[in-house]
Design a protein around this ligand. Structure first.
Ligand code: 13P
Ligand code: ZN
Length: 295
């Protein structure tokens, strides 16, 4: 993937950040999300935690370009670097304009601002969901020191289900688990669900982070999904798997909604045993898909 910025800075033996694997991953994944139809217009945002060692190798990330305020106390992340998508930026464009549509920031010591070190070169700002991202990183880092990525997007079938399926975590998780054998293996803890809330606020950020204590994937009803993970691939894979299950459910409904067969609760237990994982015990027994749907 070449860019107009594919060059070494004069007089420097270090590469510029735009050619880093991190920016390349960001370009590729935002394009994937766009091509799935999960990030219409400026929908969706991604943040990617990077370490000092990873960032310092590049020649053009050592000057503070400007300071960006943060409207809550993010000091738990002081000194942490994030490559993050910009607010209002169209994911279809990030692949061609990474230095405009993404930025590299470092959280200040007091946690109330971030230094911009690279990117947002037309004056842009981090995503309006940056509070939700940072609060989620803080929470997930408590569970998993390798936590790296937070990804938000608008997957069509899952959003549609938030209108037609009761918004409780057990009902949703069990339906998604039973749509394909892969689901319980990929998200054994199930799906967290918030009530509908206004996006871009500290309140939805705190509520999302609270859910992230128990889940890595959280649905925002009538809006989208938040996912967290150790890598871009893992986090994207979580969303893909949830949305594929939601797509199968939607297809079943389009075929009349009547299930004549299902992955049974006993099958879920066998899957958990085979893949050596502990599914959420609160979701392990309940209604059958067959009883729920046969008229
Ligand atoms: P941003 O353009 O600010 O990232 O917002 C997109 C979005 O999906 C809000 O929930
Ligand atoms: Zn959104």
């Amino acid at each position: 993937m070449n860019s107009r910025n594919d060059f070494l800075k004069p007089g420097s033996d270090k590469e510029t950040f735009v050619n880093s694997p991190y920016v390349t991953e960001m370009r590729k994944i935002t394009n994937e999300l766009y091509r799935h139809g999960w990030d219409e217009r400026n929908g969706g945002n991604v943040s990617y935690r990077l370490t000092e060692a990873e960032v310092s190798a590049y020649s053009d990330v050592h000057q503070v370009l400007r300071n960006i305020p943060i409207d809550f106390d993010a000091s738990a992340l002081k000194g942490t670097y994030f490559l993050v998508t910009g607010t209002g930026r169209y994911f279809k464009n990030v692949i061609d304009f990474p230095e405009r549509d993404t930025g590299l920031v470092k959280i200040s010591d007091d946690g109330h601002s971030a230094d911009l070190l690279w990117g947002f070169n037309d004056g842009g700002q981090p995503t309006s969901e940056f509070p939700s991202h940072l609060m989620t990183h803080i929470q997930r880092l408590k569970q998993d020191p390798d936590q790296r990525v937070v990804m938000h997007c608008h997957p069509t079938n899952l959003i549609a289900m938030s209108f037609t399926v009761p918004q409780d975590e057990k009902t949703f998780s069990r339906i998604l688990w039973k749509m394909q054998a892969e689901s319980i293996v990929v998200f054994p803890e199930g799906l967290g669900i918030l009530p509908y809330m206004t996006p871009g606020t500290n309140e939805i950020g705190q509520a999302t982070a609270d859910k992230m204590a128990d889940f890595r994937v959280v649905m925002w009803p009538h809006h989208g999904i938040f996912a967290a993970g150790d890598s871009i691939d893992e986090t994207y894979g979580l969303i893909e798997t949830v949305e594929k299950a939601a797509q199968i459910y939607t297809t079943i409904q389009a075929q009349g909604g009547e299930c004549l067969a299902e992955i049974s609760d006993a099958d879920l237990v066998k899957l958990a045993k085979r893949f050596d994982l502990t599914p959420n015990p609160e979701f392990m027994d309940g209604k059958s898909m067959i009883r729920e749907t046969v008229k």
